[in-house]
Ligand binder design. Structure first.
Ligand code: SF4
Ligand code: SF4
Length: 461
């Protein structure tokens, strides 16, 4: 196979200038499925900030105040170990997913692809027409009609970018804070207002200018494909065994007799490609698995009464061995591992402790002997309520026998999502023949039910 395509980028000309990609409007079965999936995902994305679980947002990643809410559960810096674990498991899961299913995520779920192909590109087709009309418009001299189309397109592009920027910020600072920024005069929230504009401008540049360059040159996931994929990975691939030797279609000819393959070299798969590549050259880093070439080729095969699937989801291995893509042990095994890893992530997020307490002996204090002969130590406590419930907490000494006396009150009231701190005494009977550091366990109870347990040390004689 001709390998010269590997020496150049589809979107860069010989002089090193960017070649603008004008993809032909896609249509077909896979495109329709992707439209449906995109509508569902976009609805979820834009409605997400308004959805509350027990009064908390479904997702909020407030890096500024270090407060994170996932599925309505509040996470604090104390949960950092969960975050690290989720990140580690997530990286392994992404690697396994890509090894088995290729760039399925890029084509069907990635916000960059969905916004580019399903929102911005559709606005462009609506205003400027299909690819050939867009090309002609860009070459044409400036007329009132061209100015109108370009201005309208860029106004709509910026409006959508502004909407994305607001949604993006709502996931960071919460919808209430965003509403107060949007409804108040800009002078009262100058930083918030400038942030919205900065994000909007960034999205506008990404979708109006950078486009496929984000996927082919910026996205780290895209760059990692070379090491994540192997010959068994499911990819959008051209069946060269069936397609070659490619040759133009001639009516009533017997292609097989003339050693011609099924590819009629119509270039439709290249024309629709939003990254400007020719998938017939084999799996390439630039392919975002948008399925447009599959639809385009299927429609040509259909017109020529040839079977579809010349470009399809398959693996290099199956093309080489002329076998059908089917579930094998490797796919099932890795998929089960993926499900297990994803369950671990969800389990960690959903079933962590509601209360996180730290109890440490107050620095610089020593053993105190009470009038009744018992011993006491002074401690400082810090408690975080990571749940959506209000708690009235009591402390009990689990081991050894003894009491806990909170300074100021007998219980600690802790509203949902709040923190508190204070001091308490641990009082135990005189310990004869004990080591100087006596281990103690303090139980924390709400309505008689233990919600946390802290192990610490008691300083004896
Ligand atoms: S090669 Fe096909 S699937 Fe890949 S980006 Fe181009 S059109 Fe989309
Ligand atoms: S669309 Fe199909 S037939 Fe046409 S050039 Fe591409 S692979 Fe060949």
């Amino acid at each position: 196979m001709e390998e010269s395509f590997r020496d150049s980028l589809a979107t860069v000309d010989d002089a090193g200038n960017r070649k603008w990609v004008y993809p032909k409007k896609p249509s077909g079965k896979f495109h329709n499925y992707r439209v449906l999936v995109s509508i569902i995902l976009l609805t979820l994305l834009f409605s997400g900030p308004f959805i509350k679980i027990n009064g908390n947002p479904i997702l909020m990643l407030n890096v500024i105040e270090r407060k994170f809410v996932i599925f309505g559960s509040i996470f604090y810096p104390q949960d950092f170990y969960i975050f690290m674990f989720v990140m580690a498991v997530g990286v392994i899961a992404i690697g396994i997913f890509t090894l088995v299913f290729g760039r399925l995520f890029c084509g069907w779920v990635c916000p960059q692809t969905i916004f580019m192909e399903m929102v911005f590109r559709k606005i462009e087709y609506w205003i400027e027409g299909d690819w050939n009309k867009q090309k002609a418009l860009n070459k044409a001299t400036w007329t009132p009609s061209k100015v109108f189309k370009k201005v309208l397109k860029h106004i709509l592009f910026f409006a959508v970018s502004f909407l994305i920027s607001n949604t993006f910020l709502a996931y960071i600072i919460g919808i209430e804070e965003l509403t107060s920024i949007v409804t108040a005069p800009p002078s009262e929230h100058i930083v918030g207002f400038l942030s919205i504009l900065l994000f909007a401008f960034t999205f506008y540049i990404v979708f109006s200018r950078l486009r496929e360059q984000i996927c082919t040159s910026v996205c780290p996931y895209g760059r990692l494909q070379g090491v994540l994929l192997d010959e068994h990975s499911i990819v959008v691939a051209y069946d060269y065994k069936r397609g070659e030797n490619r040759a133009k279609f001639r009516k009533n000819e017997d292609r097989a007799a003339q050693a011609k393959g099924d590819c009629v070299d119509c270039h439709q798969c290249v024309n629709v490609c939003p990254t400007g590549i020719d998938i017939r050259n084999g799996t390439q880093l630039e392919c975002v698995h948008c399925t447009a070439c599959m639809d385009a080729c299927d429609s040509i095969m259909d017109k020529l009464s040839m079977p579809g699937g010349l470009i399809r989801y398959t693996s290099e291995y199956h093309i080489k061995n002329e076998s059908k893509l089917k579930l094998n042990k490797r796919t099932i095994g890795f998929s089960l591992l993926l499900i297990a890893l994803t369950s671990v992530i969800f389990g960690l997020l959903l079933f962590r402790n509601k209360i996180e307490a730290t109890i440490l002996r107050t620095p610089g204090t020593l053993l105190q002997k009470q009038a009744d002969g018992r011993w006491s130590n002074l401690y400082n406590y810090n408690i975080v309520n990571k749940s959506n419930e209000d708690f009235v907490l009591e402390f009990k000494l689990e081991t050894p026998q003894g009491d806990v006396q909170i300074i100021g009150d007998s219980t600690v009231s802790l509203a949902k999502g709040s923190k508190t701190s204070g001091s308490l005494f641990v009082i135990i009977p005189e310990q004869k023949n004990a080591t100087r550091q006596i281990p103690v366990v303090i139980g924390i109870y709400n309505n008689g039910k233990q919600v946390d347990k802290v192990e610490t040390n008691f300083l004896g004689e």
